[in-house]
Write a protein that binds this ligand. Structure first.
Ligand code: PMP
Ligand code: GLN
Length: 393
């Protein structure tokens, strides 16, 4: 018998992301479920997806499509994505060399960043921005350059964007429809960005996960994908997520469309950080995509929920910001409470029974403008329950 015993020792490590804790989405969802609050915080639907989609995935599993798919995604799904981009935006992507299926948009974004950002490169992000962008850039050894969207309107400030570009700028990340502000970039915005980037080597990562949730088409608003602008598309990784479009956020499947030269580098990283993506879900999505109506009908579906929610909030002292796209509604809380955003969201969850997300979570410096975000991707009864609780405010 050995006389020595190994001591249990876990070596100390130096965090690669020292400033990062648990994401606000997890924090608020946990608090909401502990307190039995209506969870309008984290963005996900509380209703089920179309049974036809579940049937299509089940069918693929039953047919034995359960082993590794091709590294780049199953051809039928890549072809369906290319056909959709052609139909909606008039740009032809080669399904073989320019479309890659990813494990959600989160993996798509970090993979694009790891593929192109070298240590010391700068990447421009427009704040407030989705919480994975900056840590992704830092993991790649890059430096995030935060350019604020215009306070109050959350519109892009193109003068500041243009002056943020230096010889070190590798890429800019944009997101329309925008999480968290629910603003949508116009054609003029995209043309302006195209002009600014034209003389540069700057790549574009265009996060378009809410592409099928743009409202008020009657007023001429449409999703202006980077795919519509040749000067942008030629330098862009366009990222989307089936989770948002088809009410299956937990399936974690998305795609990236990018010119062949960019896709080739993307796939070098993709093959080693995920390799492949869930096979039966890919086949099921491909079958389901043969019918365009689910995504074509999505704006009307969510616009009705937005309007129901806004009509209810109009009876409170919250000041409603516009919701042009996405499934978010931001409100100014200054007439309702003296608390800062984060404390207000905790108070609202615990005392009123409705969870929300503070916008400060989308800023590196925790900027507090007294605005919080609600998600209205919920059953009408959930929205009505939340509204009846919020009516007290
Ligand atoms: N970008 C934005 C702006 C998002 O809101 C989300 C949703 N969490 C993602 C990326 C990530 O999408 P996915 O769940 O497909 O990884
Ligand atoms: N996109 C969703 C949101 O912004 C959820 C993100 C997450 O849970 N990481 O709320």
């Amino acid at each position: 018998m050995s006389t020595t015993t190994a001591s249990e020792y876990t070596p100390a490590l130096q965090s690669k992301l020292p400033a990062v804790g648990t994401t606000i989405f997890t924090v608020m969802s946990t608090l909401a479920s502990e307190k039995g609050a209506v969870n309008l915080g984290q963005g996900f639907p509380d209703f089920n997806c179309d049974p036809l989609l579940v049937g299509a995935v089940t069918d693929a599993m039953t047919r034995g499509l359960n082993q590794y798919p091709p590294m780049t995604g199953v051809p039928v799904l890549r072809e369906a994505v290319a056909a959709k981009l052609q139909k909606l935006h008039g740009r032809s992507y080669d399904a073989g060399r320019e479309i890659t299926i990813t494990a959600g948009a989160t993996q798509a974004i970090i993979t694009a960043i790891l593929a192109v950002v070298h240590p010391g490169d700068e990447v421009i992000v427009l704040e407030p921005c989705y919480d994975s962008y900056v840590p992704n850039i830092e993991l790649a050894g890059g430096v995030a350059l935060r350019v604020p969207l215009i306070p109050g309107t959350f519109r892009p400030d193109f003068d500041r964007i243009a002056s943020a570009i230096t010889s070190k700028t590798r890429a800019i990340l944009i997101n329309s429809p925008h999480n968290p502000s629910a603003t949508v970039w116009s054609r003029e915005d995209m043309l302006r960005l195209q002009d600014i980037l034209a003389p540069t080597e700057v790549l574009l990562i265009s996060d378009e996960v809410y592409e099928h949730m743009v409202f008020d088409a009657a007023q001429g608003r449409v999703h202006e994908s980077a795919a519509r602008f040749p000067g942008l598309a030629a330098r862009a990784f366009i990222v989307s997520s089936f989770g948002k479009t088809y009410h299956v956020t937990g399936w974690k499947v998305g795609y990236v469309a990018a010119p062949a030269a960019l896709t080739a580098e993307f796939r070098k990283v993709h093959q080693f950080n995920v390799f492949t993506v869930n096979t039966p879900v890919q086949y099921g999505l491909a079958t389901y995509m043969a019918d365009a109506s689910p995504y074509l009908e999505l704006p009307a579906f969510y616009q009705r929920k937005r309007d129901l929610f806004r009509a209810g909030l109009a009876n409170t002292r919250f000041k409603l910001l516009p919701s042009e796209g996405s499934y978010f509604q931001c409100v100014d809380i200054s007439e309702v409470s003296d608390l800062g955003e984060a404390d207000f969201c905790k108070w609202l969850t615990i005392e009123i029974g409705v969870a929300a997300i503070p916008l400060s979570a989308f800023y590196g410096n925790g900027f507090d403008q007294r605005v919080v975000r609600f998600c209205f991707a919920k059953k009408d009864e959930t929205l009505n329950m939340a509204l009846s609780r919020l009516a007290k405010l």
